[in-house]
Design a protein around this ligand. Structure first.
Ligand SMILES: Cc1cc2nc3c(=O)[nH]c(=O)nc-3n(C[C@H](O)[C@H](O)[C@H](O)COP(=O)(O)OP(=O)(O)OC[C@H]3O[C@@H](n4cnc5c(N)ncnc54)[C@H](O)[C@@H]3O)c2cc1C
Length: 560
């Protein structure tokens, strides 16, 4: 074993750093492993804001926030977790504020809050449209001032299962090469999402679902894997996100006839309906011939230059750089793109998984507060609130237990497996399989789902998994071998794609991000008000179901 800690956090985005800070402050010796430098984590790309019922802009309270979240989740969110989430969020925001997060302020000097989709009150706290960047900087400052070991540019590859506990992780050292075994009395997965399963996505290249796949491979259940959220405003053609904050500030969506088409789909909420609704509406406009080059238009002109420059400077710059359009003068072409995975590693509300010693927080986890559809602004808040809770719980367990061991046999087996992959002489290049996976997922498992397309996609995934068996890493070097790590990431994504499609085919209803307009257009609470649970049994993903935890809110028909 190369190093050991009380608490080992894998991932250094908002969830990982918040967990590490809390575990340290609870008295634990903490290590953080990350394949990227912490400040390059994808949380830094978050734009629009973070939700907490502060009531600074309108009347609000945690109960309203909870109800909106439950309703937005299409009643698939676990209500006990949601109540904890909305109750604890305000103090977590003040903590970030006191640490120095420079949130935007209103005229009274209080934290400003903007409206976001499907929120009953303006509750999204923001720092212009660079909220994630601000949070990442503040958390990194706090991490750096504590005695926390950071193993950045270490690629976590396999979780160590020993004595029925998770006791560490086997990593590939990206800078120097070679495997490293790092022990942890408790391990927290905070490896983020899996948007790169799709060709058109807002997610960075690093978002390949590694933590979910690592957990799946040691037998842990993944929950609600069929629910991939498509964000309605990603730039055409790059897929880069334009924040929901644009619509929060008042931007319109127009079709090729110049019509604000949302009035036909969501006459009350209009552009601020929940993301699943807006994405489906846009896709319908595009499919029915009222799009422009496969996109619709986001019009901000009426907001005026001052407001755009003050509140949405990043969105303006992205539009000018990547679409050649200045939103002060012209509407911007946008379309739905894969954005956020509601599913993930099943945990309780302290982040604990089914396996002693293993916790998860952030986008890798499914607690589940988002159910079938996440509300904008709730994810950053989840990383902070549940990152903190997981850090505290993992530290408390670690401090009351003494041993940690990564058996030598585990290290030897891992070394053999990795060298087999690295030294393989022939086979198919990973990028080919990755491209086919991304394109076919978009085609067959996108905003709308159809039985035949999903079955076709399952066949495609079977074929890609077979081809992956002989995948060929051309770069045989030790130093910064991204060819090797991308091959490993591809294996993770293929496993996850299979789980998503299997759960998608079997969910014979339309709920949240899973829309089957042709065969099962309605939500079916009688048969499917349940979480899907996928686990590997004898190396085959097996699907079961589990009840949704309800506290106060019974499912109601959705109105927009
Ligand atoms: C463009 C964009 C804008 C968004 N805007 C908002 C917003 O305004 N409000 C909101 O609430 N949500 C927003 N979201 C969603 C939200 O930002 C993310 O869900 C959240 O930041 C994820 O945080 P995380 O800590 O779970 O993961 P990440 O920030 O993605 O961090 C993952 C970490 O895990 C590490 N890692 C991954 N795999 C490995 C491995 N194998 N080995 C070692 N380390 C590994 C990475 O290096 C990284 O440090 C946005 C998402 C995107 C893509």
């Amino acid at each position: 074993m190369d190093a050991k800690h009380d608490v080992l956090v894998i991932g250094a985005g908002c969830a990982g750093m918040r967990a590490a800070i809390e575990a340290h402050d609870a008295g634990a010796n903490v290590g953080v492993v990350s394949k990227l430098h912490p400040t390059r984590s994808h949380s830094g790309a978050a734009e629009g804001g973070i939700n907490a019922a502060l009531g600074n802009t309108g009347e609000d309270d945690p109960e309203k926030h909870a109800f909106d979240t439950v309703k937005g989740s299409d009643y698939l969110g676990d209500q006990d977790a949601i109540e904890i989430f909305t109750r604890e969020a305000p103090d977590d925001i003040y903590q970030l504020d006191h640490w120095g997060a420079f949130f935007s302020r209103n005229d009274e000097g209080r934290l400003a809050q903007r409206p976001f989709g499907a929120a009953g009150s303006p509750r999204t706290v923001f720092a212009a449209d660079i909220t994630g960047h601000v949070l990442i900087q503040v958390l990194y400052e706090q991490l750096s001032r504590r005695d926390i070991s950071v193993y950045d540019e270490y690629f976590a590859w396999q979780l160590v299962l020993n004595d029925d506990r998770c006791q560490g992780v086997i990593c590939w050292d990206l800078l120097s090469g070679g495997l490293k075994a790092i022990g942890g009395k408790t391990v927290i997965l905070a490896t983020g999402g899996a948007g790169r399963l799709y060709r058109a996505t807002t997610n960075a290249y690093a978002c390949t679902g590694d933590g979910m796949a690592m957990a799946l491979r040691i037998g842990l259940p993944l929950k609600d894997m069929e629910f991939m959220q498509f964000h309605p405003t990603t730039l055409f053609p790059s897929g880069i996100l334009l924040t929901e904050g644009c619509r929060g500030e008042g931007a319109y969506l127009l079709n090729s006839e110049g019509e604000r088409f949302m009035k036909r789909y969501a006459p009350n909420a209009m552009e601020l309906a929940s993301r699943d609704v807006v994405s489906r509406s846009e896709q319908t406009e595009i499919d029915e011939g009222r799009g422009i080059n496969g996109s619709v238009m986001l019009d901000m002109r009426h907001l005026g230059p001052e407001r755009i420059i003050e509140r949405l400077p990043g969105s303006r710059e992205l539009s000018m750089t990547f679409a050649g359009v200045d939103p002060i003068y012209e509407p911007v072409p946008v379309r739905p793109g894969a954005h956020y995975h509601m599913g993930g590693v099943e945990t309780d509300s302290d982040g604990l998984t089914e396996l002693t010693g293993l916790y998860a927080a952030g986008e890798v986890a499914c607690i589940s507060v988002h159910g079938a559809n996440r509300l904008g602004g709730n994810s950053l808040m989840e990383t902070i609130t549940f990152g903190r809770r997981a850090g505290r719980a993992a530290a408390e367990w670690a401090l009351s237990h003494t041993t940690v061991e990564v058996p030598e046999t585990v290290e030897r087996d891992a070394e053999r497996e990795l060298r087999d992959l690295l030294w393989r002489r022939h086979g198919e290049r990973p990028w080919r399989i990755r491209d086919e996976l991304g394109a076919s997922m978009l085609e067959n498992f996108g905003v709308f789902r159809e039985e035949q397309k999903m079955l076709r996609q399952l066949d495609i995934i079977d074929d890609l998994r077979e081809r992956y068996e002989t995948v060929h890493v051309e770069d045989k070097g030790e130093i910064f071998n991204t060819d090797l790590t991308q091959a490993i990431e591809l294996g993770y994504m293929l496993d996850l794609a299979f789980c998503m499609l299997q759960a998608g085919v079997e969910r014979k209803e339309s709920r949240g991000a899973h829309a089957r307009p042709h065969d099962y257009p309605e939500r079916d609470d009688e048969n499917f008000l349940m979480h899907s649970i996928t686990r590997l049994v004898d190396a085959v993903p097996v699907l079961t179901y589990k009840d949704v935890r309800m506290t106060r809110w019974k499912p109601e028909a959705r109105t927009y």
